[in-house]
Design a protein around this ligand. Structure first.
Ligand SMILES: Nc1ncnc2c1ncn2[C@@H]1O[C@H](COP(=O)(O)OP(=O)(O)OP(=O)(O)O)[C@@H](O)[C@H]1O
Length: 603
């Protein structure tokens, strides 16, 4: 348990300090009221039943007080428990919000190496475990401490000699707790890690279910899962062995034995020598019985607390990752959109340069196309421009200003992206264009859709612009999804447009529509296109041909065709002309430049 974790958890709780203090005070009232009971019983026994003072009125009065205390304890317990639980829920709500906010700011590099299921585990399971800490542990711990103190005070008031004997118990229980914590901690850490692995596997499996089924990997996947599941089961069994050996069972047994001993010894003494009164004896046994409940309570909650601390460590570890800024870029003028790469070299992993000495300039309003075989570095160039990664060498600038001097928000504010497989969010079509940006009115949404040629098919949908998009737009064709994302880019009116052209072969009618949409969207904007179908970039102002991270040819379509180099061969191959001549060169790329599937790249 790191103190910083404790301090940070404490800070979350501190926001609600008044509620917590109020709940604790009510809790003290409940404990006080509960502990008054045996004392009243002792008074009735000693003063009225044993001593022969048959004052019925006084007995009834004491009974009334007893019932009153019980009711007060009940009401106070209800109130404090409700207040603490509600506060715990608020604390966790805040923490989950902070976590989610932070996750959305973590640089994409982090997600390259972290399975999504693990991140889901942090948000879903770990925050729940921390909730238990605030909900159960905090309440039980405080209740138990207050109860223990109250019981010891009552025991000393009753009989100091008897009370002293019971003082032997706390060190014994602390020793048991220490051993318990030491062993269980190991298993808790293992269990959390296994849960994370399982979540990661669930996530991956469900995401790629069509691939699993298509390649008949159902059995293999189930076997892989069985290994994980069995491992978790084995560790869970070990964990419970530790828990059951040292928790309430041991305390319960010791408590029972001690009570029997006290009954035997002092019961015998009070019968024979009248050393202590029956009333004191009764009240003492009652308090002794109550003494074990808080200890068992603490024991039970210790495991939850440990689990919560392990979870909190993981949650805070994510929160400690450096995040990008999220401040809305205000007042910055709209850039002209002159994009310049000056001798840029970049590696995702040290020593493995995927871009080498890249230099180019896309002037205001120009269309620049990047072509090259899969893995040649096209997406990496876009990733750098968007500020997802930073180059090891060289300078990237927009309008002559180094992009490192822009905040990420400022940088991305004036860029629009249309991805190869456009992502549609759950929500209606309107939302998918405006993304709830308050500057984009419904009229703007509709005109953007109209301008890119999407209005006709949307108006035919049963709910038109209100049609819900399900499962990332699986009910729409890929061409329709592209058009919607073109409209999104148009509505945001960026000065730089980044377009990752769809590789999937689309029919010529849709291709025509997309070409038209691209013309509309790129009008007056600097457009960088990752082109897979070379026929679509014949009009581009500049074409850069990439090969293994280097620009090997550059020029416009005509110039590159005249050069009769790599571009020429690729073009011939794609359009079918001279296929025989170039087949040996790049047979794998026929039918468009295929994109490496599964390349972990944001674009
Ligand atoms: N997130 C990443 N982490 C590590 N290496 C990566 C990452 N993304 C891409 N790479 C590697 O960088 C190289 C260039 O990849 P990039 O995605 O830029 O190529 P590309 O030309 O866009 O290919 P495609 O046309 O298939 O999309 C490849 O070797 C790829 O394996």
């Amino acid at each position: 348990m790191k103190s910083s974790t404790t301090a940070r958890l404490f800070r979350y709780a501190l926001v609600y300090k008044y509620r917590i203090i109020a709940a604790m005070l009510i809790l003290c009232c409940a404990v006080g009221a509960e502990l008054g009971g045996p004392y009243i019983a002792k008074t009735i026994i000693d003063k009225h039943l044993s001593a022969g003072d048959k004052d019925i009125g006084a007995v009834l009065g004491l009974l009334g007080l007893y019932i009153g205390l019980l009711l007060t304890a009940g009401a106070c317990n209800f109130t404090q428990s409700y207040m603490l639980q509600a506060t715990a829920l608020r604390i966790i709500k805040n923490m989950r919000m902070d976590l989610m906010q932070h996750i959305s700011r973590i640089p994409v590099r982090y997600f390259d190496n972290t399975p999504i299921g693990q991140v889901v585990s942090r948000i879903a399971n770990d925050t729940e475990a921390i909730r238990d800490l605030f909900m159960s542990f905090m309440a039980t711990f405080v209740v138990s401490l207050v109860q223990l103190t109250g019981i010891y005070v009552a025991l000393f008031i009753l009989d100091a000699r008897l009370a002293l004997i019971t003082l032997l118990l706390p060190p014994l229980f602390v020793a048991i707790m220490y051993v318990h914590l030491k062993y269980s901690q190991v298993y808790i850490a293992i269990m959390r890690a296994r849960l994370s692995d399982m979540n990661a596997m669930f996530n991956e499996t469900i995401n790629v279910m069509p691939v699993i089924q298509a390649f008949r990997r159902e059995k293999a996947t189930t076997l892989e899962f069985e290994t994980l599941n069995h491992d978790r089961y084995i560790n869970q069994v070990k964990q419970f062995r530790v828990f059951s050996m040292s928790s309430r069972n041991i305390v319960g047994t010791i408590g029972g034995l001690l009570t029997a001993l006290v009954i035997w010894y002092f019961g015998h003494e009070s019968l024979t020598k009248a050393a202590i009164s029956f009333g004191v004896f009764y009240a003492f046994i009652d308090y002794l019985g109550r003494l074990f409940n808080p200890i068992i309570g603490i024991f039970d909650q210790l495991t939850n607390a440990q689990r919560a601390f392990v979870s909190a460590d993981k949650v805070f570890a994510i929160m400690d990752l450096e995040g990008t800024d999220v401040e809305e870029a205000k007042g910055a003028p709209r850039p002209d959109g002159i994009v310049k790469f000056d001798n840029v070299t970049f590696a995702y992993k040290d020593g493995e340069n995927v871009l080498k000495g890249i230099s180019f300039e896309a002037r205001k309003g120009e269309t620049l196309a990047l072509v090259g075989h899969t893995g040649s570095g096209k997406s990496s160039i876009m990733n750098l421009l968007l500020g997802f990664y930073e180059p090891q060498q060289g300078i990237i600038s927009i309008d002559g200003r180094d992009i490192r001097t822009y905040s990420k928000q400022e940088l991305r504010k004036h860029m629009g992206i249309v991805l190869q497989d456009p992502f549609l969010f759950a929500g209606d079509i309107k939302f998918n264009v405006s993304l709830y940006n308050k500057n984009i009115t419904i009229d703007r949404v509709k005109s953007a859709l109209r301008e890119v040629g999407a209005a006709s098919f949307i108006e035919q949908l049963p709910n038109g612009y209100d049609e819900q998009v399900v499962e990332r737009g699986s009910t729409l064709s890929s061409g329709q999804r592209q058009l919607i994302s073109f409209a999104r880019a148009l509505a945001f009116d960026p000065s730089i447009l980044i377009l990752d052209e769809a590789t999937a072969s689309i029919d010529s009618e849709t291709e025509g529509l997309i070409q038209q949409a691209l013309k509309v969207v790129s009008e007056g904007r600097t457009t960088l296109v990752i082109a897979h179908r070379l026929s679509t970039i014949r009009e581009a102002d500049q074409i850069l041909v990439l090969h293994r991270g280097e620009i090997v040819e550059r020029g416009n379509h005509r110039e590159l065709m005249e050069l009769q180099g790599r571009y020429y061969k690729m073009y011939q191959l794609q359009t079918g002309e001279g296929a025989a001549r170039t087949a040996g060169d790049s047979a794998q790329h026929s039918g468009g430049l295929p994109r490496a599937s599964g390349v972990p790249s944001p674009l």
